[in-house]
Design a protein around this ligand. Structure first.
Ligand code: SF4
Length: 371
């Protein structure tokens, strides 16, 4: 592997594992925030290689999984309108709303639901269907918000009359705050998502680390990135330190992307947002600000799409024994769910963490032996 990039070299992995085993003297619990990190940890078996005193808890960092059931209901209501073409990411199609219905079923029943891979694709759909109303169901963390913002800006400045957005973007720091303030919280340090920080930088994390006395290490997605993040977090914990460290400098995660942040700020303003599994989190969402709010699907179709802030319901529907709410809060592992492998699988998912390619239940299904 001498030709491998430095972050993939096997001897480096072993060096970090040796350091982790030597330097982990007490029991510590770390949460990796991002679903991509969860998948990488399980895919490479890192959780089996690290010291037994070091426990990894899987966080709520899967945007598909945390999209509120009520928001799925709104997308279903919009898709049911004959004039609407609803565009969204493929993972959203099988996530259930407050009932068992999902967008894939709606499409099978005649709704015009289309999968896109990038938000600007929606502009092309709108241009090629001037007689239809095209709605983009936008989900994701700070990583995908700039691309949604660019779509909104181009649609608004281009005067697109037939394009609107159902926005359900969420911000990571309020979720970390909510996890840390929960009475049952066991998280002693975070591995923060490197791609989110590549947009947002580290500044939002500094007050969380200081106030809650928890180390936060910005971490990438390769085995070496993750082990480096764990080692740095353990070193801080062993020394009684709690600060933000950037273990992903090759992505510029410490400073972020000022242009992307400016685009987010130009198009969105913060709002309270309901998360599946975590409930309503103040300031955790993004909604369109004037003049871009003219593109809000809730305005164009008031009966079908209201913003999350209008709802006071908290319907984290754990259907048929699904404990996805506990999984998303890091309070239960997927293989502790009584339905894991017993009625719930990627082919027949009962909850969003099994539907999504980034979901924790899907990771366990894919990479762990099932009993
Ligand atoms: S394994 Fe299935 S039923 Fe259990 S929490 Fe995950 S998605 Fe829900």
């Amino acid at each position: 592997m001498s030709g491998s990039p430095p972050h993939r070299q096997r001897q480096e992995v072993q060096r970090l594992l040796d350091a982790l085993h030597t330097e982990t003297r007490r029991s510590w619990t770390l949460m990796e925030v991002c679903g991509g990190q969860t998948h990488a940890i399980l895919r490479h078996g890192l959780d089996q290689l690290i010291p037994p005193q070091l426990e990894l808890i899987h966080g709520p960092g899967c945007p598909v999984c945390v999209t509120a059931a009520e928001t799925i209901d709104r997308a279903l209501a919009l898709a049911a309108r004959p004039e609407v073409i609803l565009c969204t990411y493929g993972d959203m199609l099988r996530v259930p709303g407050t009932g068992p219905s999902h967008l894939l079923e709606a499409r099978a029943n005649g709704a015009d639901v289309r999968v896109i891979t990038a938000p600007l694709d929606v502009l092309a759909v709108a241009r090629s269907h001037p007689g239809r109303q095209v709605v983009f169901f936008a989900v994701g963390f700070e990583t995908t918000a700039p691309a949604t913002a660019l779509l909104a800006h181009q649609a608004w400045s281009g005067g697109a009359q037939n394009l609107s957005l159902l926005v359900s973007h969420v911000r990571v720091p309020p979720a970390m705050e909510a996890i840390l303030t929960a009475p049952e919280c066991r998280v002693q340090g975070f591995l923060a998502a490197g791609h989110v920080c590549a947009v947002m930088g580290r500044t939002e994390y500094e007050p969380i680390a200081a106030q809650h006395r928890r180390p936060i290490v910005i971490t990438g997605f390769e085995p070496l990135d993750l082990l480096e993040g764990m080692l740095r977090a353990v070193r801080q914990l062993e020394r009684g330190e709690a600060r933000v460290e950037d273990a992903y400098p090759r992505a510029g995660a410490g400073v972020g992307n000022a242009s992307a942040r400016a685009l987010i700020t130009k198009v969105f303003t913060r709002c309270d947002q309901h998360w599946r599994g975590l409930g309503m989190l103040p300031g955790s969402g993004l909604r369109l600000r004037p003049p871009y709010d003219a593109l809000d699907a809730a305005r164009r179709f008031p009966s079908a799409a209201r913003p999350d802030t209008d709802t006071d319901t908290d319907t984290d529907t754990d259907t048929e024994g699904c404990i996805s709410g506990l999984v998303l809060q890091g309070l239960a592992r997927p293989d502790a769910c009584p339905r894991f492998g017993r009625g719930c699988s990627p082919e027949r998912p009962l909850g969003a963490p099994m539907v999504s390619a980034e979901g924790a239940c899907a990771a366990y299904w894919r990479y762990r032996e099932r009993t």
